[in-house]
Design a protein around this ligand. Structure first.
Ligand code: NAP
Length: 307
């Protein structure tokens, strides 16, 4: 039975129709999946505490400068840590911080055995060598999946923490049993933290992948051929509804202050078979994956300490 009927059978409880959106497309409910994942993580954190005489895993977050959106994201990540019973160590550095100072702070956190995960909120202010700072994070603490080493390992199919947003998208697709193997996935965007790792993860899951970017010609034709479309462009409602192949799975990674993503979802859902809402789709999964990867890093550190 072709998808989405097969999926409808498997997860009938999660099939939701949105009257407001005039669609029968399935909502890939990132908020619900992230909440369930957090419950599981809370139990793993409690177990870790038992193993470590009450010590909780710690995610260190580094915020450089005073960008309000970045400050909000860091706060949301700290709140998620608390929800699962973990601690977060928040480090705020001024806008004028230079690369050497930030590298020294990362070195300090790398050497701190109480810290299992490090998140450097990006973008960092202009003038800081962001790539050098990302790559200074010890790969075993790179729970946001931003290092070149982590990206390389993940791309080769070796063990590594994936970039949190695409890793969250893969988890969401898996949860809803969206077929990926053999499907044509079109990723619009090729940033190091989103488009590129997304494409590699889909490729590793045996999709046939097309990566589009600002120099791509006939973009709408590429998108129209996608069974799975991931929009990671950074432009509000950029992917139009009539670019979507009927029945395609639409993943909207974008988020803009007007609470819309990178897809014109109102139109796209009329053709899509399934889609991630904005808000409530990819965003919550990103945070949940960051926390999940921190818990995993803490479990591995505890295993190493015991060995
Ligand atoms: P980015 O670094 O600005 O990258 C945007 C990508 O889109 C680039 O690869 C760019 O191509 C491509 N692009 C720009 N204009 C285009 C056009 N006209 N046609 C085709 N491609 C075009 O952005 P990002 O960090 O990947 O973020 C993308 C989106 O995801 C944003 O909306 C952001 O807010 C969102 N985001 C969400 C989360 C979350 O947790 N939900 C996390 C991170 C990001 P070139 O490479 O050729 O310039």
């Amino acid at each position: 039975m072709p998808w989405p009927h097969r999926l409808e059978q498997a997860r009938g409880d999660l099939l939701v129709c949105s009257a407001a959106m005039e669609t029968n497309a399935q909502i890939l409910d990132g908020k619900a999946v992230a909440t369930a994942l957090e419950q599981d993580l809370a139990a793993r954190v409690a177990k870790l505490k038992d193993r470590q005489a009450g010590r909780t895993p710690v995610l260190a977050t580094i915020l450089v400068g005073d960008d309000p959106a970045s400050a909000t994201y860091v706060r949301m990540k700290g709140n998620a840590c608390r929800r699962v019973g973990m601690d977060s160590l928040r480090i705020d550095l001024p806008n004028a911080t230079d690369t050497a100072t930030l590298l020294a702070k990362i070195d300090e956190l790398n050497a701190d055995p109480a810290v299992q995960g490090i998140l450097l909120q990006h973008p960092v202010p202009k003038g800081i060598d962001e790539r050098a700072c990302f790559d200074r994070i010890a790969v075993e603490k790179d729970v946001d999946g931003v290092t070149a080493l982590g990206f390389g390992r993940m791309s080769l199919g070796e063990r590594a923490y994936g970039s949190a947003t695409p890793a969250g998208i893969m988890r969401l697709l898996k949860h809803y049993q969206v077929p990926v193997s053999g499907q044509h996935a079109v990723v619009v965007g090729r940033s190091p933290i989103l488009g590129k790792p997304m494409a590699m993860m889909l490729l590793n899951a045996h999709a046939t992948v097309t990566i589009c970017h600002s120099r791509t010609q006939n973009l709408s034709d590429h998108v129209r051929s996608g069974d799975i479309v991931v929009a990671a462009v950074g432009r509000p409602r950029f992917v139009k509804g009539d670019w979507i192949k009927p029945g395609a799975v639409v993943v909207d990674a974008g988020y803009h202050p007007e609470k819309v993503g990178d897809v014109d979802l109102e139109e796209a859902v009329k053709r899509a078979g399934a889609y991630t809402p904005v808000p409530g789709g990819v965003g919550p999964m990103t945070i949940a994956m960051l926390i999940a990867q921190t818990v995993e890093a803490a479990e591995r550190a505890a295993d190493r300490a015991r060995a």
